[in-house]
Ligand binder design. Sequence first.
Ligand code: HEC
Ligand code: HEC
Length: 281
Amino acid sequence: MGNPPTPRWLPVVAAFLVCVTIGSMLVVLDRVPGRSRRPEASGPTPIAGSDLHLRGRYVFQRHCAVCHGRWGDGRGEMSVGMRPRPRDFTTGVFKFRSTPSGFLPTDEDLRRTLRRGIANSSMPAFGSLAENEVEAVIAYIKTLSPRWMDGTASVAVQHLGTDPPWLGDPVASAGHRAAGKVTFVTHCAPCHGIAGDGASAVANSLEDIWGQPCPPSDLRSTSLKSGPEPINIFRTLSTGLDGSPMPSFAESLNTVQRWDLVAYLLGLRSSNEPPSAPETR
Ligand code: HEC
Ligand code: HEC
């Protein structure tokens, strides 16, 4: 009793004020163009600061960041509630590739995705970007994950060949379709359903590596994510869609078996004509 009240809280308040001041200075600094709170990639960036990098970053912030996020982590303001979620480029995992499962896509793969967009998702087709803008944004994406600096993650392009000559001929392909059906029932139906419509026992439980639901595609559709042509289906079967449950069948099915499957899937389309065509089911 009698002691004058010691302002023990004074140093605490002072420290708090200092923190707040430094904090707001950092926030202001972060807004200064060319300064970033987080590095653009945790690995070295070969083109950082170059003209190509600056142009790529500009295109990215202008056309892509709203979905893919300012840092390329897939958390753009429009991404909230989006299914599937915009790709998180910091993981360096890509679905649409001509390279074997587990490898990075080629520039050509990325260009195809950008130019065509991804059907059944919010990813738009960027048809009107100039070729040098596409080139720059592709180079920029490649600075967003350290995987691009890992030489073992890139491989030379895989030559997938071209459509077999019998594919367009209904008579010659009949045997291939029949063989494809047998393979489909054992290898694909467990996920895609016996009708190929995506209805299977596991359909609702499949997830991608980013923890989002990833239902199996309706394979009767002509609007496929990787493109509508036979070679696009063949590529998907040969490389898998990394990050999703769709595996690569390059090891378990030979080239003939994979083309037989393509023939079978093309046949399924006639049972799922667009609404303008006469009802067949
Ligand atoms: C309106 C939202 C939106 C915008 C804008 C957008 N994307 Fe996407 N993007 C997506 C979604 C959603 C996916 C995932 C689709 C999926 O997984 O099926 C995606 C996927 C991708 C992929 C596929 C990667 C893979 O797995 O193979 C690439 C590459 C890509 N986007 C690049 C871009 C670039 C570059 C831009 C800007 C020029 C851009 N995106 C703008 C929504 C968007
Ligand atoms: C373990 C489950 C699983 C198995 C087995 C499986 N798939 Fe898939 N498949 C998926 C999922 C999930 C997707 C959707 C991926 C996405 O949307 O990102 C998919 C996507 C596809 C696509 C791409 C569709 C598009 O929109 O581009 C094709 C083609 C396909 N599967 C064919 C097959 C065939 C043929 C087989 C058998 C040889 C097969 N799948 C086996 C789960 C599976």
